[in-house]
Design a binder for this molecule. Structure first.
Ligand SMILES: [Mg+2]
Length: 263
């Protein structure tokens, strides 16, 4: 690549928006109950440290509340191997049985105009889990990169900590927060992006018969179906693709997923 090409490439990157998708319970429905299976495994991991049921439950909740992720409390207060934790918890989830390719989701991602927007994932999971989810949904080739939590790094950051969003921008070489658009099923995470001045922060709240619909306060939009992004971010979709239910459009060239390491 010539210096001129590189200058052109960097100016293209500088001009484009970047859409950040949360992964778990955003790219697949919460009704898949993957988070419950994950929680059971984490609980079992606590028990494996010699804690009784009540203490395991208490610490699991405490670490989740105080640190955002159980693994962050475990690495602070116990002698554990994060790789072992990852293998026993996320790594043992039967994702291949639960998640299947989602053609509608794939089509929505393909309909984003890549001359206007880059597409990345931003997750509190580690890269093994993130990659498995994207692969099983049949969309791994449609993400330019994944910013994830590296459990092996002491005191790693995660959403909704501002440091993690800033790290994500650095990994994607984005300097202007208004270029970032974000969708996540956690209101805390969406509000954090909004507080950092990200250009559009969208709360994904699935319809659920067991809870009332609600608008996220302090966010730019609330959606219950990712198809609604075609309207919310209409300027970033191909002109013919802003109406739900159209026929298949041209495919993007496929390529391997690029992953990034969380500092
Ligand atoms: Mg999520």
């Amino acid at each position: 690549m010539t210096a001129q090409d590189m200058t052109q490439l960097s100016s293209d990157v500088a001009a484009k928006s970047i859409i950040w998708f949360d992964i778990d319970n955003t790219l697949y429905p919460a009704s898949s109950r993957i988070d419950q299976l994950m929680s059971q495994r984490i609980q079992a991991y606590f028990r494996g440290l010699g804690l009784d049921h009540d203490e395991a439950t208490r610490l699991h909740a405490k670490y989740y509340r105080e640190y955002g992720l159980a693994i962050r409390g475990l690495t602070r207060h116990h002698i554990i191997d994060p790789v072992d934790f990852d293998q026993k918890c996320d790594g043992s989830l039967p994702l291949e049985d639960i998640l299947k390719p989602n053609p509608a989701l794939r089509k929505m991602l393909q309909d984003i105009d890549r001359s206007k927007a880059r597409v990345w994932a931003l997750t509190n999971a580690n890269i093994n889990h993130a990659s498995r989810v994207l692969r099983n949904l049949g969309i791994d080739d449609l993400f330019e990169g994944v910013v994830y939590c590296d459990y092996s790094i002491p005191n790693f950051a995660c959403k909704p900590e501002h440091e993690f969003y800033e790290h994500a921008m650095a990994r994607a070489a984005v300097t202007n927060p208004t270029q970032c658009l974000f969708v996540d099923d956690s209101l805390k995470n969406v509000r954090a992006a909004k507080a950092l001045g990200w250009g559009s922060s969208v709360y994904f709240r699935e319809k659920d018969a067991n809870r009332p619909d609600a608008e996220g306060v302090g966010v730019d939009a609330t959606i219950s179906d990712l198809e609604e992004l075609r309207t919310v971010w209409a300027h970033l979709f191909k002109p013919s693709a802003t109406e739900v239910g159209e026929g298949p459009g041209p495919s993007l060239p496929n390529g391997p997923i690029e992953t990034t390491v969380q500092a």
